[in-house]
Write a protein that binds this ligand. Structure first.
Ligand SMILES: CC(=O)N[C@H]1[C@@H](OP(=O)(O)O)O[C@H](CO)[C@@H](O)[C@@H]1O
Ligand SMILES: [Mg+2]
Length: 540
């Protein structure tokens, strides 16, 4: 057992170390994706995140807390950091304000005062030993920022466990493994090798006796997904999972997320330039930290088709429902989406399963999915996973009648990363369903046709002038804007449009969909103009 820590902060050490990580003249906010901005502004923030992670671990009785240094799909010059709570979930929202408070403390003295306030407010016993595991993506700014994090940890007397280069979902996996080892909820071995072996074993079970699909081509966004996927493919037989790994250049400066990756493909609705799509072959793209995935293919006319998070949710939910039924179990499957889910997907899903719509951000989806025995959640952009409740897991494990469906369901619980969306693990689940259904991308896509849609950014003076309700589907302020949007939507066939402030960028997002491309474009133009007009008045 680790020795107890001193009951007070070593203020001299913290002040001195903090002076080595001076704060720039910028206001920071811990948002939907933690702190994320230009990498050259983050040194002080990450030093302070080290302090906060240690406090969080102490608060939770010494449970292992995770810190991931990444800026996901952002350009290479950016970076970011987020904290991971003990079961591999996002930092509890009640602590986001503490993170913001520490990041914005103006001086070393103010930092100490902020720490003391948090210790008091959260009733933290400093004598509890803390453990923090941390990892990073492939950005060139990571080594320096990780050093700042280690300085933060050391200055509060915490050693930390370096996980090194990892995907975001691998870090979440490790955190959960550390905190559950030796218990009946043991999630796996707390090593990358353990992660790869767990997924490989589950997929091997699921693929057994099935006819192989042609190779899947993966665009790794020139990010950390590339080394992870290579490590994974070395532990699984190529005969079971033939892969063609592309966009795997993690050394050329500027290559990360540049004209490739899940965000590029989803936003541009096209394959990365230079990719020749062979009709009806499967392609997928990860994002820069490999927690998102989208699939796509070309039909025989060469037309591009996107199979995004909504399509994955539909595919996966249908498959799991069938397995549950075949295994003779009674477990409800529910799907969680956000307002960005294509209206056609929502219509398709609500006819089959209970669905919930929640505000943008994984923490909202994850939380809502926990209320179902089996909760499938996906953002349209490809971030999502499947959660099995403890009751569902024990029902599956203890079911008295063995069957292939039961064995497959059990393997699905292992192949899917239940801590957070995981491109690699989601990919294995999609491949599983296609194998079992004997489907190519065309058959998968046939479930429903997406309504044409448009997502645009609107730059306003103050995005905080925009507030929403009804899971962000209605804008409350600026006043009058919602009425304007509704007037346009009312006149549009299958029209739907909403306006909300982004939680990660300094802009307002406008989404519109309609029966035809022309109508969707027109609707988005009107909504955008209305948003600009109302914002002008609200911001003046
Ligand atoms: C429309 C869209 O894709 N929004 C993204 C984006 O959030 P915004 O609040 O829209 O900036 O970043 C989030 C964090 O990565 C992600 O969860 C979300 O889906
Ligand atoms: Mg990501």
């Amino acid at each position: 057992m680790a020795a107890a820590s001193p009951a007070t902060l070593n203020e001299v050490v913290i002040k001195h170390r903090s002076s080595l990580h001076p704060r720039p003249d910028v206001t920071f906010a811990y948002g939907t994706a933690g702190f994320r901005t230009s990498a050259d502004l983050l040194d002080s923030v990450i030093f302070r995140v080290g302090l906060l992670a240690a406090l969080r671990s102490k608060k939770l009785g010494g449970k292992v807390i995770g810190v991931m240094v990444t800026a996901s799909h952002n350009p290479e010059k950016d970076n970011g950091v987020k904290l991971v709570d003990p079961m591999g979930e996002m930092l509890h929202s009640s602590w986001e304000a503490y993170a913001t408070q520490l990041a914005n403390a103006l001086s070393a003295e103010a930092l100490i005062a902020a720490l003391q306030q948090i210790i008091l407010a959260a009733e933290i016993d400093l004598t509890v030993p803390a453990t923090v595991v941390y990892g990073h993506d492939t950005r060139p700014s990571c080594p320096g920022l990780v050093k700042a994090l280690e300085d933060g940890l050391e200055s509060i007397g915490v050693k930390g466990i370096a996980a090194g280069l990892v995907t975001t979902p691998q870090l979440h996996y490790l955190v959960r493994c550390y905190n559950t080892q030796g218990t009946k909820e043991a999630y796996g071995e707390a090593t990358l090798e353990g992660y790869y072996q767990k997924l490989a074993a589950a997929y091997t079970t699921l693929a057994k006796g099935r006819h192989l699909l042609p190779a899947l081509t993966i665009d790794c966004a020139n990010g950390v997904g590339a080394p992870a996927l290579k490590a994974f493919s070395s532990v699984i037989s190529h005969d079971i999972l033939p892969l063609i790994i592309t966009r795997d250049d993690t050394t050329t400066r500027g290559a990360l997320n540049s004209e490739c990756g899940a965000d590029y493909v989803k936003t541009k609705q096209q394959a990365p330039p230079g990719t020749t799509l062979v009709p009806y072959q499967r392609y997928c793209s990860y994002d820069g930290d490999a927690d998102r995935i989208v699939y796509y293919y070309a039909d025989d006319k060469g037309v591009f088709h996107l199979l995004d998070g909504d399509k994955i949710a539909g595919l996966v939910a249908g498959f799991i429902m069938d397995l549950v039924k075949e295994a003779g179990l009674e477990l409800e499957v529910g799907v969680v989406q956000t307002a960005y889910a294509n209206g056609a997907s929502t219509e398709y899903l609500t006819n089959k399963v209970p669905t919930t719509c929640v505000p943008t951000g994984v923490k909202h989806l994850h939380h809502a999915a926990e209320s179902y025995p089996i909760g499938v959640y996906f953002e349209a952009n490809g971030h999502g996973t499947v959660l099995f409740s403890p009751t569902a897991l024990s029902t599956i494990a203890s079911h008295p009648t063995p069957s292939p469906a039961l064995a497959n369901l059990q393997a699905v619980t292992e192949v899917i990363n239940q801590t957070v969306g995981d491109a690699l693990s989601d990919m294995l689940l999609v491949e599983t369903v296609l194998l079992h259904r004997k489907w190519g991308p065309g058959e998968w896509d046939a479930a429903y046709t997406d309504l044409p849609n448009r997502l645009v950014k609107v730059f306003v003076k103050d995005r905080y002038a925009f507030s929403t309700e009804d899971a962000e589907r209605k804008v409350v302020t600026p006043e009058g804007l919602q009425a304007g949007v509704e007037a346009i939507v009312g006149k549009t066939e299958k029209g739907r449009s909403f306006v909300r402030p982004s939680g990660t960028e300094d802009c307002v997002r406008v989404y519109a969909e309609a029966a035809t491309r022309e109508l969707a474009d027109g609707e988005s133009t009107f909504s955008r103009r209305r948003a600009l007009n109302e914002a002008k008045q609200a911001n003046d």
